[in-house]
Design a protein around this ligand. Sequence first.
Ligand SMILES: [Zn+2]
Ligand SMILES: [Zn+2]
Length: 129
Amino acid sequence: MESKRQTMQKQIIFDAVNSLKNHPSAEDVYRYIHKKYPQISLSTVYRNLYSLAQDGKIKRLSTLTPERFDHFTDEHTHFRCNRCGEILDLFIDLTQIILEQMEKDSFEHKVSGVNIVLDGVCKDCKGLK
Ligand SMILES: [Zn+2]
Ligand SMILES: [Zn+2]
């Protein structure tokens, strides 16, 4: 069972991911809450982020370095700008296409999710010389 304090910390961290929106890293979340809640350590932030991801309340984007967390939990694809590092949501669900293809190929392993990040240059950076 989680103590009352643990439940509160988890809620604070969940709220931070929701407010930050743009796929924060654990460090981003830590910096965001640190002013108001200096007693919450970076390792507590990590532990709660993983726990929230396990509960399905947020998504853990482990293919990114550093890994990021997403408040938006529906299946979607990501686009990462090589210049500014911005991570954008693309509302395309490629999961179904991939799973169908795997079925055709008689893929024997268990897929638990699809984590796709497209690389490129975002529209803001594209105009910069
Ligand atoms: Zn950019
Ligand atoms: Zn996203």
